[in-house]
Each structure stands twice: as C-alpha cells, then as structure tokens.
Design a protein around this ligand. Structure first.
Ligand code: AMP
Length: 188
C-alpha cells in the first residue's frame, strides 16, 4: 500500500503520470484540480465557490480545499492507499494536511516531484488549451499559474525535501520514458 503526493509545475504532466501510477500501484488518484473542474461543470455550490479562482489561476481558499480533501480521503477507495495530485499546494495546506493525516491515521510514504523548465511548460500548456478547452489555459492565466507555483508551491516542496520524503524525477520526455523513471524512483 502506498500513500503519496505528486507535485510539479502546471503542465509538467502530473495528470497523465498520475493515471499511470494509480493503475500500476493499484491506488486511487485524487486530483483536486479535477474535483474543482467537475464541480464547476456540474454547477454545484463548491463549483460556484471555486470557479472565479480556478478561472483566474489563483488558489481556491485553503478552508474550502482542505475540507474537500479530508472528505474525499474518507471514501472507501482511499483506504488501500492514494495518490494525491495537486494538494497540498502551499505551506498552509501542508499544515492542514498534517492534521488531516493524523486524524485519519494516514502517513505519507513519498512525495514525487516532476521537474520541467518553464519555457517548455508554457508551450505545452498553450497546446493543451487548444485540445482540452480548459478555461484556465489562456496565456496570461498560464503565466500566472506558473508564478503561483514558484511563490506558493516551491516552498512546500522544500518542506517535504527537509522531511526526507522528496523524490525528484525529470518530467520531460515521452510518457513511457517518464513513467519508467517514476517507477524506478518509487522503488528506491
Ligand atoms: P490543476 O489541475 O492541479 O492545475 O489545478 C487547477 C486549478 O484548481 C488551480 O489553478 C487552482 O485554481 C485549483 N486548485 C487545484 N488544487 C488546488 C489546491 N490544492 N489548492 C487551491 N487551489 C487548487
């Protein structure tokens, strides 16, 4: 059983690799971005609350996000391990997640970081905007999401490095190649 996070800048391929990892390790992948997008599409209360932040490339307020993740982790499918994609996203969410983890008695095994350079990411994201039609994939919002990553998420990754949980993997390359690197890193 594995309990892990996948982190990395927007466009580094977290979503794609998450799906693969969850199949290979037989654990549920939980993407906070996907949950927000589904709720926005379904026009739920949560979706209405989150929409303006997601569309602007801002983080949804921590109180909303933390509650949503804690609820999701109590579902049966998370009892045998999980892969959290996109959460925690800043240091305050790390603190909240520490409390959630101790309440639910789920200890993290590993934090996997997919690394990639910003120029490459911007062009990947612009391409994805054309194919997926994500409303937060226009160029200004993309740039803003990368800034939010540098400012808010990079310090959170550093925190997990200091805790000795961080494994870094080069996210550039073919899906298969990156997947193989990830599987090697997880064995280590
Ligand atoms: P993602 O699909 O992970 O790139 O997330 C898309 C958007 O969902 C982000 O730009 C945020 O607006 C929101 N979001 C996803 N995860 C979080 C989180 N942990 N905290 C706050 N907002 C989030």
């Amino acid at each position: 059983m594995t309990r892990m996070l996948i982190v990395g800048p927007p466009g580094a391929g977290k979503g794609t690799q998450s799906k693969r990892i969850s199949e290979e390790l037989n654990i549920v992948a939980i993407s906070t971005g996907d949950i927000f997008r589904e709720n926005i599409k379904g026009e739920t209360d949560l979706g209405k609350e989150a929409k303006k932040y997601v569309d602007a490339g801002e983080l949804v307020p921590d109180s909303v996000t933390n509650r949503m993740v804690e609820d999701r982790l109590t579902w049966d499918d998370a009892a045998e391990g999980f892969l959290l994609d996109g959460y925690p996203r800043n240091l305050s969410q790390v603190a909240a997640f520490d409390e959630i983890s101790s309440r639910l008695d789920v200890k993290l095994d590993v934090v996997l970081e997919l690394t990639a350079d910003t120029e490459e990411l911007t062009s990947r994201l612009v391409q994805r905007a054309e194919t997926d039609g994500r409303t937060d994939d226009n160029e200004d919002v993309i740039r803003h999401r990368l800034e939010v990553f540098q400012k808010e998420t990079a310090p959170m990754i550093e925190e997990y490095r200091q805790r000795g949980l961080l494994q870094q993997v080069d996210g550039l390359g073919e899906i298969e190649t990156v997947n193989a690197r990830i599987m090697d890193a997880l064995k280590a």
